[in-house]
Design a protein around this ligand. Structure first.
Ligand SMILES: [Zn+2]
Ligand SMILES: [Zn+2]
Length: 246
C-alpha cells in the first residue's frame, strides 16, 4: 500500500511492516509475518524498485509478528538485519517472550487474530540465526537515515525509528492504533507488553517528534500528529493490560 512515493506499507493493518526508499535504495522496517515475503517483490515493484535495492532490515523489537520473513531475507538476499541489543536474544529465539500476558481480550477478536496469524505463517516464524545490534540515540547508516529512539516497555529492547526526511515515525508496538485482541481502536499502549507502566512512560520519548506518518505495527497509519496520538493513548491508559508479577 502506497503511503507516499518513497513510503509503502507491506501487509495489512492486522500486522504491518514498511518499506522506505531513498536514492533508489530501500530499508525495510520490521518483517511482519512469513507470508508477507511473497508480497515483497510486488510492493517493491510498486515503488519502482526490486529486491536487489533492499539494503537493510531494521527491527522495532523481537516479537514473532515482527521478525516474520527476516531470516529468509537475510539468508536468501544477504540483507543485514539489526535490532536493539536487549531484544537480540528474543529475535534469535534464545529468550522467552517477556510479555506479562494478554490482559483484556475479546474472544472473537483473539480467535480472529490467531486464525489470521496461522494463515500467514505467524505461528511458525523462523528465528534469526544472525542479527546485529544498534545503539539508541544514533542515526543508522541505512536508506532513510533512521534515528533510533529507545521506547522500552512493550519489550525491553523496543525502539522507534524516526525518519525526519520522510516525515515518518515507525513505532513498532510502542503504540498501536488497533489492539487486535480487543475491539479497541485508536492510539493505545499495545497489549502483550512486558511492562505497561514503562511502555506508557516511553511515550514521552516520542511525543515531541514531528511526523506526518505515525506508523504502528498493528492498526492503520495515524496522521493527526504524534502528540495527539500519545495524548489519546494516555487517555486510554493501561488499566486493561496484564501487569508483570513483581
Ligand atoms: Zn510486539
Ligand atoms: Zn506486534
Amino acid at each position: 500500500m502506497r503511503l507516499a512515493p518513497s513510503l509503502h506499507r507491506l501487509g495489512e493493518a492486522m500486522v504491518s511492516c514498511y518499506l522506505l526508499e531513498e536514492a533508489g535504495e530501500v530499508t525495510i522496517i520490521d518483517a511482519g509475518v512469513p507470508a508477507y515475503y511473497a508480497d515483497l517483490t510486488a510492493e517493491l515493484a510498486a515503488m519502482g524498485r526490486t529486491i536487489e535495492d533492499v539494503r537493510a532490515l531494521v527491527l522495532t523489537h523481537g516479537h514473532d509478528d515482527h521478525i516474520g520473513f527476516a531470516e529468509r531475507l537475510r539468508v536468501e538476499r544477504d540483507v543485514p538485519v539489526s535490532i536493539h541489543e536487549l531484544d537480540a536474544a528474543l529475535a534469535r529465539g534464545q529468550a522467552e517472550n517477556p510479555s506479562a500476558g494478554m490482559g483484556e481480550r475479546k474472544l472473537r477478536s483473539l480467535l480472529h487474530y490467531l486464525m489470521w496469524l496461522t494463515r500467514h505463517g505467524g505461528m511458525r516464524t523462523t528465528a534469526l540465526t544472525e542479527v546485529s545490534t544498534f545503539d539508541p540515540g544514533t542515526t543508522l547508516d541505512v536508506p532513510g537515515a533512521l534515528h533510533v529512539i529507545h521506547t522500552p516497555g512493550h519489550t525491553h529492547g523496543s525502539v522507534s525509528f524516526h525518519a525526519p526526511g520522510h516525515d515518518a515515525l515507525f513505532v513498532g508496538d510502542a503504540l498501536a492504533t488497533d489492539a487486535v485482541i480487543t475491539e479497541r481502536r485508536g492510539p493505545q499502549v499495545c497489549p502483550f507488553a512486558a511492562d505497561p507502566d514503562e511502555a506508557l512512560a516511553s511515550l514521552a520519548r516520542i511525543e515531541g517528534l514531528e511526523a506526518h506518518w505515525l506508523l504502528p505495527g498493528h492498526g492503520e497509519p495515524w496522521t493527526d500528529g504524534v502528540a495527539t496520538a500519545v495524548g489519546a493513548a494516555r487517555e486510554v491508559g493501561i488499566g486493561h493490560l496484564a501487569r508483570p508479577k513483581r
